[in-house]
Design a protein around this ligand. Sequence first.
Ligand code: BG6
Length: 475
Amino acid sequence: MGARTLVILGASGDLTRRLLMPALFRLHKIGLTRDLRVVGYAIDDWSVDHFRTHIGASLREFSDDFDKLSAQRFIKTLDYVAGPLESDALAAIGKKLSPETLFYLALPPSLFGTAAQALGEAGLAQSPRGGWRRLVVEKPFGVDLASAEALHVRMHRHWDESQILRIDHFLGKEATQNLLVMRFANRLLEPVWNARHIAQVQITYAETLGVEHRAAYYDHAGALRDMLQNHLMQLFCLAAMEAPSSWDGEVLRDHKVEVLRAVRAIRGNVARHAARGQYREGRFGRRRVAGYRDEDGVRPDSRTETFAALRLEVDNWRWQGVPFLLRSGKRLAADTSEIAVQFRGVPGALPGALRAANPNWLVLRLKPKQQMDLELTAKRPGLELEGRTVVLTAPYRSEGDKVFTAYEQLLIDALAGQREHFLRFDEVEWAWRIVDPVLRAWRRGEPEAYAAGSDGPKSQGRLLDAGMQWRTLAA
Ligand code: BG6
């Protein structure tokens, strides 16, 4: 028996096939998890061989690092048990576990509570002497504050907070972690990282993809729950939090919670603080794509938003008066993701044409490129004293760098018990507190229609201050 075991609940599902197995395969291939046994568990009545063949085909499709021989070696380490999420059935996997065992809930969110409880009742949550049991929970954690609290209480009947690892895979992304390093390992930035020098911060995650095959989940979630409450809120935290006194996981998370708590509650005029849209049919070049309501599995009268934007205001000394603008949507004009910080214009008198010089932007790009761009004004060559924007670009990667995907990083962390890239419950809780009033207001009315391939609904403009614009969605 291997020294460590990973049990994936929901092993016949999409997350396992597309993300977990390619990550586990790569880690196995480069020798980081040779001691790990992987046991798949799911309701489908499959044999171990069937499971292995299924995963083999998935690796061929989704792994960037596929080669037949390594895939065969990896697949041989996989085991499979068929059964429901009930304690009697789960108890049967007890004998397959090692002293160090990680359970991964790769399940629909509505089953997280049931699975955690069933594992607990089967006696599998108890860490053995000298070993450990941990539980990885996917997002979204609840569908609002009340359900998140209820889920938390249910999980805690059998699992201790120190055993629960709530995933937000954006925290496993190299580019997200770079935001922390960039902010806190460069002396240059801290003195200007505040309301005195920064006018606004725009955090964008735009996709050209539509809902794809995920309508069963997405049509009940929508963009605010799918992207903003978790992923973009985390990027916001990292951009806005105070400098931690140490890089200890608890200290980092304390600081994130502190800034979430400083976000002014959205009351009254929700349209000034939140915008929503839903894509209709449209074009990407010559390709026509269907509208959201015509997608497979979407209710024909669905009012689910496929675009959401939030304006957050932070009531503390550092950020008083600076809007943080978060937006994300599907079927938008470009696949782009960035954290863009706009500095204020320079004070005082500039000669002639220089007066129109654009304020500087510092843009940390996550997608499609991973790089930092600092937009500065420099002299336009010629006889006049005119300025133009020049860009200092710092690519995040160099040739030959070893990079890891978010799931590779998070699986390694979970096995090692490193918790800083996972969410503590109070982070989840405070993020729900911020979006709950918007969710309540959105029970009425409809999202604004926007054409697929566009920049999203017009109503997002109401979130901006006079003279500000959303950045264009350029790839
Ligand atoms: C997921 C969302 O959490 O993140 C998806 O459910 C979204 O809707 C995805 O497409 C984006 O993540 P990534 O890693 O592809 O940038």
